[in-house]
Structures are given as structure tokens and as C-alpha cells.
Design a protein around this ligand. Sequence first.
Ligand SMILES: Cc1ncc(COP(=O)(O)O)c(C=O)c1O
Ligand SMILES: N[C@@H](CCCC[NH3+])C(=O)O
Length: 414
Amino acid sequence: MDHFLYQADELYAEQCQVAELAKQHGTPLYIYSRATLERHWHAFDNAVSDHPHLICYAVKANSNIAVLNVLARLGSGFDIVSGGELSRVIEAGGDPAKVVFSGVGKTVAEMEMALNLGIYCFNVESAAELEQLNQVALRLGKVAPVSLRVNPDVDAGTHPYISTGLKENKFGIAMEEAEAIFARAHELAGLEVKGVDCHIGSQLTEIKPFLDAMDRMLALIDRLGSQGIEIKHFDVGGGLGVTYDDEVPPQPDVYAAALLDRLGGRDLKLIFEPGRAIAANAGIFVTQVLYLKENSDKRFALVDGAMNDLIRPSLYSAWQKIIPVIERAGTTHNYDVVGPVCETGDFLGKDRQLNVQAGDYLAVRSSGAYGFTMASNYNSRPRAAEVMVDADNAYVIREREKVAQLWQGEQILP
Ligand SMILES: Cc1ncc(COP(=O)(O)O)c(C=O)c1O
Ligand SMILES: N[C@@H](CCCC[NH3+])C(=O)O
């Protein structure tokens, strides 16, 4: 089972089934594997089994209700960043008492909702938010459980757009200010200080930045302890990377063992917020070749999936493997795989060696995280359908959007 977390998901091995599903449900199409989701969640949970912990799956990675429900049934907690995500967790049968609420811009309405539902903890990201939360809690006659997200100022070594733990990033409270803000939280009647939180970025493929951050956070926890502020949990955030190409990120057991080792004998519950590591390689995005096109120095495979469906390649120059669902024998050519959207940046992959013809299906791998959740209706394109494969069955877990739904709620002036 070496490196199982990052290898091809079950779906990928069953290519014929993928073609059948694409025929049946149309393309573009997201397909997820329940078995892979479950295995990945257990990989985290087992990695820390003996130590008090909570796995709070980061909903932003893939918030389909069926996906959340699969994880809720395993006993997962959830990391949310909006009232919308909280509603999804509840709708999916998730336990609000296992929810942590991250994010730099929580609104009063979102605070009220989370307090009324009794979430596990608010990960507070600024002094101003702390004061606001205190006010809201007092008004509702509640005490808000809080942890402060502290920015440890470490370089996660990942893409600048998904790096969050540097001083210049908008996230968290500066380490220099942390003690004073903890002291303030400690004295506010509407708050109860529970924990310390950090999250330094996403798609980390080395363990060192996690450990550097941990050392700084543990030193802070020790200082707070000596000031009489007892910290009960340490939320280490998410960010563990996956294999898109040839990266070999640490496995959850190696990652967890390293963190537990650093923890020493401290009596701290650990909270993990993995998103990508659970969902990315549990899903693929299937698209059909509409046309082949050639100009003097480029070949294009024009496909029916586009940046509005899967934006990672356009937004971060992210590389995701693209494979024909059914291989053809013969010569391959160098293609840019591009969608119908009117943007030069609309591509799923560049310079891919493929042997394809119009009508062929292509699978973009590792698309289970930050795929559908980042989709939009740009160019008035309806969003793709989502299907979950569960043993021998495949369930449509979200219907393809209909064109007529695209203007629902919009009105012409009288
Ligand atoms: C606060 C927080 N927690 C968890 C995650 C999940 O990250 P990942 O999908 O990299 O595990 C993110 C996203 O980067 C985040 O901002
Ligand atoms: N959306 C990003 C990850 C963002 C992580 C959220 N803090 C990606 O696709 O890689």
C-alpha cells in the first residue's frame, strides 16, 4: 500500500466504466470514487489513531453533499469558511459539534448561525474579528469557543497564490501580536479560548515547512501556558500535497508521526484540516474532444470542458495529467488541450503527447479537489454533472445544470 494516497484512483483503472458513464451522462463530467474518499480519510484518521484528534475535512476542496455525507458517516469533522459551507455540512448530516470555522471575513450573520448551531471552534483571524465575535456571542447569550489563527511566517514553498503563512499574506494574526490578542480573548466574557491554529498553504510536498511552523506555534503555546492561558487543542491546518505529476509528498502516516514527535509530551488535541489530500485523487474530470485543429506551429484538441469547469490550469498554471479514456494505438502528437471559452488562458493542459480524434474522451486526473467547487458559469456555460461511483453503482450526485437555470432569479425591469 505504499504511496496509495497519491496513486491513480480506482476510477482511472476502470477506463471502460468511465467511457460508459461519459456516454450515459454526457460531458463535461466529474466522477468521484467513494472508496478512494473513504480510504484517504481513514489514512489520516489511522495516522493519529492513538492521539486525541479530529479530522476536519476542508469543505472548500469538494463540497458536494454526497461527498460530505460519505465523510460524515465516517465520523469526520469539517473545516468551513462560510455560512454556505456550514449549511452544506448540516444538509449532508455532518455534526456541527465537529466543525471549525476558518476564514478572514466572517460576517455577523455567519457568526450567529455558527453559534446557534454550536460549532466546535471559530478560528479567529484578526483582533477586529475577535471583538465582533465577542459582541455577537454576548448578544445571543452564548460563549464562543475560539482559537486564534497565527501566522508563523514560514515559506511553504508552494505556488504564491496558495501560500498563506507568510507575513505578507492576508491570513492569520502576526506572531508578534499573538500573545496580546490571546490575552484580550482570555478576558472577554463572550469567548472561551480553546486552541491555537495555523495553516501555511496548500499543496505542500515537503515536511519541513510544517515542522518549522509547528516549532513556532508550540513555542507560542508554551509561552501562553506560562501566562495562565491554557491551550487545549492545536489545529495544524491542511495543506498536505498530492501527486499531480511526479511529486512525492509525505504520506499522512509519515506526516502525522513527524508532527506527533514534535509535540513531545504536550497534552494537546490535534486538529487536521486536509482538503486536497482527501479529495483530489478521488476524482477525475472527463471531457470529450469536439474538434482537432492545427495551425502552422500548434495542434489543438478542442474539448467540451473549459476553464469555467476546471480553473486550476488557467489560474495557477497547475499541471494535471490528461489521458485518453480509451487508448488508441499509433502515433502521438503534441497538443494543447483547450476549451470553448473565449479566453486565451482557457486550457486544461499544454504540450501533451496524445493520439486523439474528435469524439474521444479525455480524463483530467486529480480533479476531485478544487475542481467543481471553483467552477463558474462564465460564458453562460452550465456547470457539469457530478457522479459518484460506489462499488458497482454510479449515482448522479448533481445533475448537469440546465441552460434555463442560468438566469433563474434575474428579472427584467418593469
Ligand atoms: C484554513 C485552511 N484550512 C484547510 C485548507 C485545506 O487545504 P488543503 O486542501 O491544501 O489541504 C485550506 C486551504 O488551503 C485553508 O485555507
Ligand atoms: N484552490 C487552490 C487551493 C486553495 C487552497 C485554499 N486555501 C488549488 O486549487 O490549488
